[in-house]
Design a protein around this ligand. Sequence first.
Ligand SMILES: *[C@@H]1O[C@H](CO)[C@@H](O)[C@H](O)[C@H]1NC(C)=O
Ligand SMILES: *[C@@H]1O[C@H](CO)[C@@H](O)[C@H](O)[C@H]1NC(C)=O
Ligand SMILES: *[C@@H]1O[C@H](CO)[C@@H](O)[C@H](O)[C@H]1NC(C)=O
Ligand SMILES: *[C@@H]1O[C@H](CO)[C@@H](O)[C@H](O)[C@H]1NC(C)=O
Ligand SMILES: *[C@@H]1O[C@H](CO)[C@@H](O)[C@H](O)[C@H]1NC(C)=O
Ligand SMILES: *[C@@H]1O[C@H](CO)[C@@H](O)[C@H](O)[C@H]1NC(C)=O
Length: 389
Amino acid sequence: MDIHEKEPLVELEKGESPRAVRSRERWMPWTDTGLAIFYKIILSVAAILLLGYNFCCTTRPRLVATQVEGVPQFVLDYAPLTYLDTAEAYFPSDISAQITYTHPAINGSSMHEDEDEIPTLNTTNLHILNKYGENGTNIYLTSNSDITSSPSWLTGVVPNSTTGKTSNAISCAIIIYPKPSLSVTDVFYFYFYAYNQGNTVFGRELGDHIGDWEHNMIRFQDGVPQAMWFSQHNNGQAFTYPSLEKLHSGPGRGKRPINYSARGSHANYATTGKHDHTIPDLNLPNGFIIDYTSEGALWDPVLNAYFYNYNGSTNTFEGINGAPEGAMHYRGHWGDEQYPIEDPRQPDSFFGFVKYVSGPTGPQDKYLERGDVCPGNGIPCFVRDRLGP
Ligand SMILES: *[C@@H]1O[C@H](CO)[C@@H](O)[C@H](O)[C@H]1NC(C)=O
Ligand SMILES: *[C@@H]1O[C@H](CO)[C@@H](O)[C@H](O)[C@H]1NC(C)=O
Ligand SMILES: *[C@@H]1O[C@H](CO)[C@@H](O)[C@H](O)[C@H]1NC(C)=O
Ligand SMILES: *[C@@H]1O[C@H](CO)[C@@H](O)[C@H](O)[C@H]1NC(C)=O
Ligand SMILES: *[C@@H]1O[C@H](CO)[C@@H](O)[C@H](O)[C@H]1NC(C)=O
Ligand SMILES: *[C@@H]1O[C@H](CO)[C@@H](O)[C@H](O)[C@H]1NC(C)=O
């Protein structure tokens, strides 16, 4: 079912692809009753009345100028910087470690038991899984340990407070998609987290998942940044480049846009404060289901990245400086499949929402081919020229 035919009352996870939405709906059929609509209206009115929004922000200087062979300088000069929330518990994580701590499974059974020929998987060869199941799309990298026991690999790596680097963790994939006939280059800055902690609603934590891919995309025209996309839950927001907050000092001063990562969910916002996402795509400052952003640890994704060139006509990734391509071509999911309600790890559902939902698919499934700066998912694209929540 297409997500526009019937929009969920609230959205709690970030599956941007129709496939992810379908997989969620298998477990959580919605009934959009009159009561639900009434509820939605009451909540939006309450959210508007509660308007109260904190703006802040001086940014801390630091950071060195970067050059990477084979990467156009504008990709680095204008790369977003990310502030993690002060209360964040789940940090950027090493992409290859996710493969080490998991095994591939289809419909709850490990493929290592059924498919003897599967070698030890890593970021180079992960795409060999695409020949199994439904061309790989129903494969889930599934935790080797019980995640309710909070294994330490889920928490990721805190960025160094001086450099913004996540030591020993490559937690970003920067995908460069040149469109020479238009003089346009779309640059996707993808961020990887081992774990997404969902929002807490009436004391219940909902929509957690293992594996989390978030992204910003900056569209460049002749090397000049035009607009930037921030992924948030099922969709996101776009802003013109001039409207964005930039780093205030240091080598990236006045150029590098600041991005704030929401606590736990890692949705990306252009401002600090509270962001309500009770109503999809309408971010109100106060409300029912809230993302929080603030100026916690500063993370410089460029220092911890694999770089790729993307070819849209062949849908292929070419690793720059030997970046492993298998992880980009893999079509499956980066975390466990949603646990059925009978599973002892899955708490009782709450108005149809559950605590553990399925892990997301990777960058190749995030609409790399875009007409507008927004994903081509059918939701209208508004490019805002003023910052807001
Ligand atoms: C998935 O597994 C369940 C229970 O293990 C089984 O009943 C079902 O038929 C399986 N589905 C597919 C598509 O293999
Ligand atoms: C992945 O494993 C293969 C052997 O199966 C090896 O050739 C390759 O170098 C490994 N890649 C990485 C990134 O470790
Ligand atoms: C897998 O991909 C092939 C080639 O694109 C396609 O013909 C086939 O229908 C796909 N199979 C499934 C189960 O999606
Ligand atoms: C952070 O990076 C600086 C500069 O490389 C280094 O001197 C320092 O030891 C690092 N801090 C930690 C906690 O690793
Ligand atoms: C912003 O930060 C969040 C969290 O770290 C990340 O998911 C997102 O991709 C970042 N975007 C940019 C442009 O840095
Ligand atoms: C993309 O791949 C096609 C087919 O291999 C090739 O003709 C084209 O030149 C490639 N595009 C770029 C930008 O490399």
